[in-house]
Design a protein around this ligand. Sequence first.
Ligand code: ATP
Ligand code: MG
Length: 335
Amino acid sequence: MTQTITVIRGDGIGPEIMDATLGVLDTMNLGLQYEFADAGLVALEKHGELLPAATLDSIRKNRIALKSPLTTPVGEGFSSINVELRKRFDLYANVRPAKSFPNTKSRFPSGVDLITVRENTEGAYIGEGQQLSEDGETAVLTQKVTRRGSERIVRYAFELARRTGRKKVTVVHKANILKSTSGLFLKTARAVAAEYPDIECNEMIVDNTCMQLVMKPEQFDIIVTTNLFGDIISDLCAGLVGGLGLAPGANIGTDAAIFEAVHGSAPDIAGKGIANPCALLLGAAQMLDHLALPEQATRLRTAIVATLEAKDSLTPDLGGSGTTQSFAKAIAGRL
Ligand code: ATP
Ligand code: MG
């Protein structure tokens, strides 16, 4: 197989964790070709724009990108490059696995293995109808949920369950209060769920979901929900399993998919060679799943877990004294 992927090395710790990640992927001999493209601060300095057309063309052509964190400077056209990328490619599914790993600062050292599937294009994030009255006393926000948008995200969640052998999808909503938006989402979800009798489906109100996640996270398998709830719940889940250094995410659309680490560019430790590369590596594992290489994805995850288990060359955020490179080499050595 030869598959070309667009690689965005990004800002801050981005280049360090990307080099480490590509080094690990190289030892796997997957036949991946890398097409490097710039975005973020680096692109602004080199090309005078945050998101050059050549970068967009590269993603459009290859349909798959592996991306490090990007810095969006204030006052440069858009509020977030990441949000802009989601819009440009209609990346409607934000998929964030949360899994307990050994030797991490986790609330639940075992038992958590869930995926949040967040609708990424609608709800409170449409950027319309934001009004503040002239006297500054009243603010209004418009939310929009569509049947089409709800259907495709719920279908994505059920297809993901089937593909990965997961057993249950929990539809998270607030239809008791947000009768129109959350109501339409729930109604649509029920119709889609009926097409998947092999997958258990339950419904849970978002506030209860937060409590249940903290008390009994092992009851969850796949969670599917609207944009704002998904934003909050996926960070809650990252916190359950030990925080940012181990949280990957994918933004998936029909024509393109972008895989990344959830954390930011961490300017406080940039250039020191001590950033934890695991989140991006786990993002790469999600990418391998997406490329229909599930055995290779499992192989990569197994090597990461074994390295954590052995406390071999862990980076300082995990309590070790390793470096980005030594940690990555320890993982590569177990492949
Ligand atoms: P940005 O503005 O790009 O979002 P940020 O300042 O919000 O950056 P984050 O990257 O979100 O920073 O990280 C928050 C904290 O977590 C920082 O102290 C950072 O050093 C730490 N951190 C984030 N990612 C990693 C990583 N991969 N390895 C080690 N520490 C990390
Ligand atoms: Mg941040």
